[in-house]
Design a protein around this ligand. Structure first.
Ligand code: CP
Length: 329
């Protein structure tokens, strides 16, 4: 199935062939992402970047990906600078801005908002994170990174043990990542979280139906034992309701050198979508791993540009022009 003109709201849209095509395109665009080559297949196109929630990586890397392909970007950051504060509905806002742009990237704290916006536009909408729902492009760049880490080591994803640790209930990046991982074969997925912050059952059941082995534990040493991949996530304090308490889970769910060196495989890949919480006592991924070559977090952030470029080129129907449009910088 072609991605041209499609909304990218959930990782459920993708199959293995689509992922392989996107990743090949991302490989081709790597030199453009680094500024070593030029490719202007989006010249004349305009991106509307609508962020109703804080972001560093997602917003700026979407912008950079679009700009590097020759397009222009118009940013709206925060609901307070839109006419939504005057009572305008999301549907009206969406219909209006779809007359201005060729594609929209939307981040919103309400899980449903991105769907409302998509149903009212004439242009494709890319989900840049919808509340505790999904973050499809983060999962694409995570999987792209993971594949390249494994390829470098000559390892196959098949049969690997992947530990997802932290706030798996509110963590939209792990919801999307598990959807993509489920498309592969023979994985052991270990979910390590406080009992009150589990991975949604529906996602676990789906992965199990596809033949993956699923383990759940609230003990980090048990969960990370012999892990090939550790994917740490932040406790999403901002998503807790007033009746819940964001307990300080950090001591039990922090990934640090002692834990990794004590129980994981020696060649483990350590990942995190970032931001990591560096407030006192809350660091979910310890800085003591910062010089460790197994830490892939900045290779993940770098992968955000070529993967988002590949997605833009695909959704806007110019993917086939990329190869012939590459020029020296
Ligand atoms: N990983 C991620 O979504 O980061 P930002 O919130 O900074 O965009």
């Amino acid at each position: 199935m072609s991605l041209t003109g499609k909304h990218i709201l959930s990782c459920d849209l993708f199959d293995r062939d689509m992922l392989e095509e996107l990743f090949l395109l991302a490989d081709l665009l790597q030199p453009v992402a680094r500024g070593h080559r030029v490719c202007r297949v989006l010249e004349g196109a305009v991106l509307g970047s609508l962020f109703f929630e804080a972001s560093t990586r997602t917003r700026l890397s979407f912008d950079s990906a679009f700009l590097r392909l020759g397009g222009a970007v118009s940013d709206t950051t925060g609901v307070t600078v839109t006419s939504i504060t005057k009572g305008e509905s999301l549907a009206d806002t969406s219909r209006v801005v779809s007359g201005y742009f060729d594609v929209l990237v939307v981040r919103h704290p309400d899980e449903q908002a991105v769907h409302e916006i998509a149903s009212a536009t004439h242009v494709p909408v890319l989900n840049g994170g919808n509340g505790g729902g999904e973050h499809p492009t983060q999962a694409l760049l995570d999987l792209y990174t993971l594949r390249s880490e494994f390829a470098r080591m000559g390892k196959s994803l098949k049969g690997s043990r992947i530990a997802l640790i932290g706030d798996l209930r509110h963590g939209r990046t792990v919801h999307s990542l598990l959807r993509l991982l489920s498309l592969y074969e023979g994985l052991t997925i270990v979910c390590v979280s406080p009992p009150s912050l589990p991975m949604p059952r529906e996602l676990l059941d789906r992965a199990a139906r596809r033949g993956h082995r699923i383990e759940e534990t609230d003990n980090a040493s048990v969960g990370l034992k012999d892990a090939d991949v550790v994917y740490a996530t932040r406790i999403q304090k901002e998503r807790f309701t007033s009746t819940e308490t964001a307990f300080d889970y950090s001591a039990d769910f922090r990934v640090d050198g002692a834990l990794v060196n004590g129980v994981c495989k020696p060649e483990v890949v350590i990942m995190h979508p970032l931001p990591r919480d560096s407030t006192a006592g809350a660091n979910d991924l310890s800085n003591d791993l910062d010089q460790d070559v197994r830490l892939a977090i900045f290779r993940q952030t770098d992968a955000g540009i070529p993967t988002r470029m590949a997605l833009f080129a695909s959704v806007l129907g110019v993917a086939h022009q990329v190869g012939s449009s590459l020029r020296d910088a």
